[in-house]
Structures are given as C-alpha cells and as structure tokens.
Design a protein around this ligand. Sequence first.
Ligand code: TXA
Ligand code: MG
Length: 320
Amino acid sequence: MSIISKDIAKAIALLKADKIVAIPTETVYGLAGNIFSEKAIKSIFETKKRPFFNPLIVHIPSADALENIVSHVPEKARLLAKAFWPGSMTLVLKKQATIPDLITAGKDTVAVRVPNHPLTLELLEQLPFPLAAPSANPFSSISPTKPEHVENYFKNDIDMVLDGGACTNGIESTIIGFENDEPIIYRLGALALEDIEAVVGQITIKNKKEQSPDAPGMLDKHYAPLTQTYLTSNVSEEVKNHAGKRIGLLVFKDDLNDNAITTQIILSPKGDMAEAASKLYDAMHDLDHQNLDVIIAERFPDFGLGKSINDRLQRAAFNS
Ligand code: TXA
Ligand code: MG
C-alpha cells in the first residue's frame, strides 16, 4: 500500500506520537519531526543516514514564531523575513537556549524558515511545536520534489508522505547567515541572489573553502545521481568524449540533434530559469532510473536562478 496520503489529521497524529512524516514545501519535500522529541530527531538522522554534525532547519508557521527560536534578530534579518516569508529563504541566527543541541549540531546558531506551502503551513499552525526537516533524501543523493520520489527512497522506513503535489520551486531554500549583523549567503537556492540584494544591498557568498565551520552541510558532492554526471558549457563536445556509451542529456532550452544520445530532457524550451529549476531534480531522478552510462548536464547562464542551478549541477557532477 502506498504511504502517500493527503490526510493531514493523520500527519498531525503521527508527529505528536514522535514519528517522522515527509512534508511538502515549495522547495523540496522535507523529512519532518518535532524539534523537542529526541526520538523523532534521532530517527530523522538515522533514516537519512545523515551524520550528526550536519544541523537541521527548523520550520515555523510565521515570522511571529521566530522569537521563540532565536535570541537576536539583526535589522537586515527582519527586512529579509518581511520580504520573503513565507518563502524559500532560511535564516541562520543565534539560538534560544531551549533549542536542542541535536537540531543545531551543538552550534550556538539555528537555521529557521517559514515554508510557503498551504498544507504544511496548516500543519505547522495546528501543531504545538515547530518541525525540524532536512530534505527527504538519503544523505548526498538527489532531493525529492514529488511525493513519489520520497516513497521510492523511504517506503520501508516511514509511515507517511503528506501529499502536496510537485514542489513549485524545486530546489532548496537559499540559506543566509549573519556575521556582525551583516548577511552572508551560506547556500545558493530557490531565491535569486539579485532579489535578495534588492532588499539588503550587496551580499557576500561564502566560498566553499571557508564554509565548513559555519555551513557544515555544504559538502562538495551532494544532490548527486548514482549515474556518473558531467557538467559542461559545450554539450556537443562533451558528447564526443563518451562515444559508444548510453548518454542522457540534461539541457536548459535547446535540444541537441545527435544520434549518439540515448535520451535528453529539455528543462525549459522557452528559456525560463524558474521553470528549469522546478524540473531539475525530477529530471535527475528520471535520468538516473534509465540505466544510462553517463549523464551530461549543460551549464546555465551564471545569473539569477542559473547561479543556484549551476551550484547544484556542480555538486551532482563532483568526482571524488
Ligand atoms: O528548502 C529547504 O531548505 C529544505 C526544505 C525541506 O525546507 N530543507 C533542506 O534541509 O534543504 P537540509 O537539511 O537538506 O539542508 C539544510 C542545510 C544543511 O546543509 C545544514 O548544514 C545547514 O542547512 N544548516 C542548518 N543549520 C545550520 C546552522 N546552524 N548553521 C549553518 N548551517 C546550517
Ligand atoms: Mg539536503
């Protein structure tokens, strides 16, 4: 029997009983549990096979709930919350003493967001506690953007996927931390950098080498298909490097007419980066299940959501 269900009362009952439930958000599906239940939080880490040093995002029903979670809100954090919540932005702020160490991996900061999905907002409003939710995928694999993706990963491990349909944004939230009250991007994501800068001015992106202490989840290889993946600006050249293999192509807007290719997915024929982002992970799941030898992904223009998409493709293609 399928574990996918729209029964919100059942989700509430499970969560109140220290169980974990996969929940829809506008970015990706999350694997959710009561932030105050040690049992639920441990089972999130175990189910995902996620190392305990990688902290979780706390999901709250509205910005009003922020003061229960964090101890200090810089002015620019306030502006960002007003501009983008509910939405695809996570803020990393100094935590309240009541937030368990298991959630924050022992750090004195906590990641928080108000997701923008009607079902999950209703769930959060009805529950007496916030929900910790990492993306609902095994550690380092492709994030789920449809209930079926979660079911494929975890049908033997969890009781329920709350069915909220396909995620409209399709890549994870943009994570913003603060140093001396100034915002810094820890993870590029579903909000375009330019939109954030329109609210708080120019903003630094923490580079990979410096990232580890503040953004411990930002491993190089992540969001990765099992099929060997290559990222390129010149698709037809890269195809020649894999002659004789079963090749799956993942392109932005233009198809490639080449018999050497087994299959290809065009993310947005009309060239819309938001549409491409929303379909990216579903396309990666799809190609990964086609028994291909290689996936060749086309690099996106390096602005707007293209920057975030390139970040994910880079990690999918990372070799080590
Ligand atoms: O869109 C999203 O953000 C989704 C949905 C479900 O909300 N969640 C998500 O969670 O992507 P996850 O756990 O896959 O990624 C959260 C990232 C991790 O890389 C983690 O290291 C970082 O947030 N993070 C969490 N708490 C942090 C903290 N206190 N300081 C720095 N980074 C933190
Ligand atoms: Mg994740």
